[in-house]
Design a protein around this ligand. Structure first.
Ligand SMILES: Nc1nc2c(ncn2[C@@H]2O[C@H](COP(=O)(O)OP(=O)(O)OP(=O)(O)O)[C@@H](O)[C@H]2O)c(=O)[nH]1
Length: 337
């Protein structure tokens, strides 16, 4: 396959909760995006993003649990190889591929995998590395979370999200820091994911040799997850939304900086679930879905945190239930990773 016939791959990365899924949901609905194959990778075994993306792109593939940059590159190879087979047999029309990474991924190994794999390198090329940066938490993440800096370093385009929630001066400061870290990357803003897909997916002009360098890939393999915990809590009966909200607010108030991400698909008694989205201490307005994505109607809550143990979360929940006499709803906990 000649270079010009290789399928373009766009990697969408960005720190936890910075708006990757929101950006893609919006982009995939636009004209010219119909033949896009989407691969989603999530930290922790419970994937929720693919449910959201499936609403716009029915063939969204969820890569296995863990982080695509260190533990599941084989999954990535497998998923791309399978996709290639289907395209070659004429079973699928695909004009581009999008890989949404976890919020903790180092995108360099993903780029390296595509560029160096003996089969993939002949059929795919990396067109763009898009990095979403949350205007509210971006500076904090760049200073505290090494993964956030690694993502910024390989960006072809920064998409600054949530500028509706951040003061203009903070946004300017964030832009200045990004300029210092990676002056060659383009910088754009998107509120609630609204951006022209043509601009988002236009080929990057930056040079990628740096990201394709294999050396850091193996040195850094897996290191970022060392002090990160992830836990999934399920409830088999509908939740009391008010009591639940109170508990979560109290928990985030106490541990705000160390709980990096909360995501939930919650049964609060309606026809469909509520999607809960928290980033650091901010809980975004919940999204009510009309129907459940699968037959099982179970509330799932996923926490990703640094320096907080899964047991602390469960103990806090149980203490709250006891103190407020919340009946039923005994949680089941599964420690991920
Ligand atoms: N106000 C506001 N909220 C936003 C914006 N972009 C995203 N959000 C909200 O931020 C939350 C997290 O967004 P996601 O798109 O799930 O973020 P993500 O990067 O895919 O999250 P992970 O996959 O967990 O890393 C959701 O509640 C979004 O609705 C924005 O520009 N403005």
């Amino acid at each position: 396959m000649s270079a010009k016939h290789k399928l373009p791959v766009t990697i969408v990365t960005g720190f936890l909760g910075s708006g990757k899924t929101t950006l893609l949901q919006h982009a995939l609905r636009q004209q010219g995006m119909q033949d896009t194959a989407v691969l989603v990778n999530e930290f922790g075994m419970v994937g929720l993003d693919h449910h959201l993306l499936q609403m716009v792109e029915e063939s969204t593939i969820l890569l296995g649990g863990g982080c695509v940059c260190c533990s599941t590159r084989d999954d990535l190879v497998q998923a791309l190889t399978q996709l290639l087979n289907r395209v070659q047999k004429g079973e699928r029309d695909v004009s581009k591929v999008v890989i949404e990474t976890t919020g903790l991924a180092d995108p360099a190994p993903i780029v390296f995998t595509v560029l160096s794999h003996p089969v993939l390198q002949h059929h795919f090329h990396i067109q763009n590395v898009i990095v979403t940066v949350d205007a509210v938490n971006g500076l904090f993440h760049l200073r505290r979370q090494p993964e956030s800096v690694k993502q910024a370093l390989v960006a072809d385009k920064f998409i600054i999200t949530k500028t509706d929630l951040a003061p203009g001066e903070e946004v300017k400061q964030l832009l200045r820091e990004l300029q210092v870290i990676n002056p060659s990357a383009g910088r754009h803003t998107a509120v609630h994911g609204v951006i022209d897909a043509a601009l988002l997916f236009s080929p990057a002009v930056t040079i990628r040799q740096r990201a394709a360098d294999p050396a850091p890939v193996f040195q850094e393999k897996g290191t970022h997850v060392q002090d990160v915990n992830s836990v999934s809590i399920t409830f088999r009966e509908p939740l009391d939304w008010t009591a639940f909200g109170l508990w979560l607010s109290m928990l985030l108030h106490a541990k705000g900086e160390d709980i990096m991400r909360v995501k939930g698909l919650l049964d609060i008694g309606g026809a469909g679930p509520v999607i809960l989205n928290g980033v650091q201490h901010i809980i975004h307005p919940p999204n009510h879905l009309e129907a459940w994505p699968s037959e099982e109607r179970v509330s799932t809550l996923v926490f990703i945190m640094r320096s907080v143990s899964p047991e602390e979360i469960l103990t806090s929940l149980e203490a709250f239930q006891k103190a407020f006499d919340v009946k039923h709803n005994m949680p089941e906990m599964e420690i991920l990773q």
